[in-house]
Design a protein around this ligand. Sequence first.
Ligand SMILES: NC(=O)C1=CN([C@@H]2O[C@H](COP(=O)(O)OP(=O)(O)OC[C@H]3O[C@@H](n4cnc5c(N)ncnc54)[C@H](OP(=O)(O)O)[C@@H]3O)[C@@H](O)[C@H]2O)C=CC1
Ligand SMILES: O=C(CO)COP(=O)(O)O
Length: 346
Amino acid sequence: MEKVAVIGAGSWGTALSIVLADNDHEVRLWTHRIEQAEAINNLHRNEKYLKNVEIPKQIRAYHDLSEAVDGVSAVIVVVPTKAIRDVCKQLQAVLKQKVTIIHATKGIEPVTLKRVSQLIAEEMEQYTEEEIVVLSGPSHAEEVALRQPTTVTVSSKDAKNASYAQDLFINDAFRVYTSPDILGIELGGALKNIIALGAGISDGLGYGDNAKAALITRGLAEIARLGTSLGANPLSFLGLPGVGDLIVTCTSVHSRNWRAGNLLGKGYKLDDVLEQMGMAVEGVRTVKAAYQFAEEQDVEMPITKGIYQILFEEENPKKVVEQLMSRTKREEMDDLAALLNERYTQ
Ligand SMILES: NC(=O)C1=CN([C@@H]2O[C@H](COP(=O)(O)OP(=O)(O)OC[C@H]3O[C@@H](n4cnc5c(N)ncnc54)[C@H](OP(=O)(O)O)[C@@H]3O)[C@@H](O)[C@H]2O)C=CC1
Ligand SMILES: O=C(CO)COP(=O)(O)O
């Protein structure tokens, strides 16, 4: 049994705390809202983020960060990407002992184009990027909290840390794999949110399953094109944090990215959509980062570009679909399939 702190009491931080509590760990769930900490401790509920879920009594919520991390062996960071730097600065100030840092956040920082493990290592000087672990995969909090079968991957350059994270989380309802390719795992988890926005827009416009399958498949090609240009293993995009997470986020009603896209497709404005959602919609910031990267590095990402135009240039979604459908004709096997072909048919 380990003593662990989960930093961030949104839907995912709460669901992961439940997995850890089921594994008999002592779980301290930190929130920056005192009233939320009180509600979790007194009512064993987190109504805003995980409706109708009973939170096990051995999960104790904390508002004081230094108390939450005192004596723990692992810290699991689960706040949205935009809050990572701020939260890690606070952690750096209060952590007295060296612990394993695991994060479960899916995003890329606009402008710097940094992944979450890089942001953590930048803000917490006693840690190197190589030591950080990411947990990612097709895993909606609503289903994990109900102990429905779920599979994820943990990844770190440090194999010992990845294996520690695997042991911490794995149980009969929550199967955990390992991978050494943290670059591919973090990029897969972040970039799928852009395509999920697109799938939601397509459904909101009234297009059908053919259009969604096209977005998922050509979206995967785009994700792999960007990921491999940065040095990721192409096989990672065929795994749980790649195609697995892409499928679940593009097809599940639980997905906030899909739901936000759906409202955009129905004609709502971005600001109104984000206000209505009231939860992290990571794809909105990640599309800025990916679009900027694609422009600077000349990586072809037409779906990402189209979604960027809809979100930030008020482009008509139907016109974007027309543009995508009338691009210059080409061979299909130009991306992921070609990369794999090159590697494995020599
Ligand atoms: N939900 C899911 O099913 C999954 C989510 N993820 C990823 O997990 C990450 C977190 O998402 P999720 O839990 O769903 O998001 P939610 O929107 O459900 O919750 C976000 C939580 O972070 C808190 N927060 C925001 N900013 C700060 C800050 N500066 N300091 C402290 N706390 C802060 C929010 O507090 P407040 O109430 O004050 O806003 C809220 O408690 C995202 O990157 C997401 O992509 C990954 C897999 C599954
Ligand atoms: O990453 C997720 C599921 O694996 C959650 O996706 P949303 O943020 O779109 O809800």
